[in-house]
Design a protein around this ligand. Structure first.
Ligand code: 13P
Length: 250
């Protein structure tokens, strides 16, 4: 039997609720449910209820948020909690996306608190990790990814979160939005390292997604890596036909 592949779309700061509605009107017509495919969208939080409603009845499509705060409620202007996201129908949350880390100063310690908060609220955490171009040139890519994974490994060691409800996305920062993709070999090599680290905490089965300039033209070759279980797509997930083509990649 073929393995289940994950196709995730991170819309970043694109699409108001009405735009999300028109996207799904077209996208859901193009993509039929398939047992070996799981699709997850991360719209802006304001469009989550619309996306949830548009995809109700499609168990192959899940909706998540891009960001949560680790507290449940309180004086944290501008933030949303995992519980609120769950109550709005979200089923997953990105955590530690490179834009959160590099543009908004999210720390490794904060990603640990968010992993636990997401899990407690019943959201599937998708931890994003990845090195910058300077870190890669300095031969520090593996070390950086290991440091960013540590909060997750820690949670798994202590059974703080469920092994069966978590994913990791490897997104080299230099490949995000640049049109420059990691070669399939580079992606597979880092995924194999991440897999080995997860194996040490009995979590080798956690799905590993690759992200960074994934397009309809390169999705199949990236997914050919044996440790690449899916893709996390930014720009090319904004257009129904291009994301539908990616979701058909095998
Ligand atoms: P692009 O696909 O636009 O490079 O973005 C990748 C990404 O950051 C997904 O989270």
């Amino acid at each position: 039997m073929s393995r289940t592949l994950v196709f995730a779309g991170n819309w970043k700061m694109h699409k108001a609720p009405a735009d999300a509605r028109s996207f799904f009107d077209e996208f859901l017509g193009r993509i039929a449910p398939a047992g070996d495919r799981r699709i997850i969208f991360f719209p802006p939080a304001l469009a989550v209820p619309t996306a949830v409603e548009a995809c109700s009845g499609r168990s192959d499509v899940e909706i998540g948020v891009q960001h949560i705060h680790w507290e449940e409620l309180g004086a944290f202007t501008g933030e949303i909690s995992a519980g609120m996201a769950r109550a709005a129908g979200a089923q997953a949350s990105l955590i530690g996306h490179s834009e959160r880390r590099h543009l908004f100063g999210e720390t490794v310690g904060e990603t640990g608190k968010k992993l636990q908060a997401a899990s407690r609220a019943g959201l599937l955490p998708v931890l994003c990790v990845g090195e910058t171009i300077d870190e890669r040139r300095a031969d520090r890519a593996e070390q950086v990814v290991r440091e960013q994974l540590e909060p997750l490994l820690d949670c798994l060691r202590g059974n703080g979160i469920s092994r069966d409800r978590v994913m990791v996305a490897y997104e080299p920062v230099w490949a995000i939005g640049t049109g420059e993709t990691a070669s399939p070999d580079d992606a597979q090599e880092m995924h194999a390292r991440i897999r080995a680290l997860l194996d040490e905490v009995d979590a080798a089965h956690v799905p590993l997604l690759y992200g960074g300039s994934v397009k309809p033209e390169n999705a199949s070759v990236l997914l050919s890596g044996e440790d690449v279980d899916g893709v996390l797509v930014g720009g090319a997930s904004l257009e129904p036909s291009s994301f539908a083509r990616i979701c058909d990649a095998r």
